[in-house]
Ligand binder design. Structure first.
Ligand code: CA
Length: 238
């Protein structure tokens, strides 16, 4: 039920899944994040995190690199390959500068990393910055390139003018604007916009992307929904 999940994500407190095997660090971060207003879920292994992620999704993941069993990097890589979790923002905790260097060069799908030892304050600043960057709104408002979505009122305005979108086009635009620049393939779009339990042909995605472009066209905004050759579609900000 991708739709319900996304609705929850915009209206509730931001949730962080913290995957760290060292109890002291976990407790400290849980305390600091809770005080900063986040809801915190905990896992002490990658395997436990993967089980938790089968259900409701958090808004962001904090993953320790060194975990018993599957490493944090392997976990991040697997999450990126699964359409259900592919777009979750990830901050990696690393122990040494050497690991940080590897992270930079290694395409692990990590959005940001923090080198240990770090202050909880620094980490929370990074969490907030990343949530802002991926556009997870605290007030149910999404804004980019002159397009403004009020997710609570279910309204879209473009350069201040209200416009009507069908429910599927609305969800498509919401997903795109939540992840500017990121390319989604058709299977990912089906999973996130239509939900896992619904059977829809991939061709249907193209039909609704076309409708979304058509709705944006009178405002000169259709070019923001870009075709990525051999992949699918993405939102290209100004
Ligand atoms: Ca560890």
């Amino acid at each position: 039920m991708a739709l319900n999940r996304d609705a929850l994500r915009t209206k509730m407190t931001n949730t962080v899944l913290l995957i760290e095997d060292e109890p002291d660090i976990r407790d400290m971060l849980n305390f600091a994040l809770s005080r900063a207003g986040f809801q915190v879920w905990e896992s002490d292994t990658a395997e436990d995190a993967m089980r938790k992620l089968d259900g409701l999704l958090p808004n962001l993941l904090i993953i320790d690199w060194m975990l018993p069993g599957m490493s944090g990097v392997e976990l991040a890589r697997r999450l990126r390959l699964d359409t259900h979790t592919a777009s979750l923002p990830i901050i990696m905790l690393t122990a040494r500068g050497e690991e940080a260097d590897k992270l930079k060069s290694f395409d692990s799908g990590v959005d940001d990393y923090v080198v240990k030892p770090f202050s909880p304050r620094e980490l929370i600043a990074r969490v907030r910055a990343l949530l802002r960057r991926v556009g997870t709104p605290e007030d149910g408002l999404l804004e980019n390139s002159g397009i403004r979505m009020d997710l609570n009122a279910h309204q879209v305005t473009i350069n201040g003018e209200p416009t009507k979108l069908g429910p599927t086009e609305f969800r498509l635009l919401e997903l795109f604007m939540n992840h500017p620049e990121r390319a989604f393939d058709r299977a990912q779009l089906l999973d996130r916009v239509w939900g896992r339990s619904v059977y829809v042909e991939e061709r249907t995605v193209d039909v609704h992307v076309l409708r979304l472009r058509k709705a944006l066209k009178p405002f000169g905004m259709s070019q923001h929904i870009e075709t990525v050759r051999g992949v699918g579609y993405r939102f290209a900000p100004e």
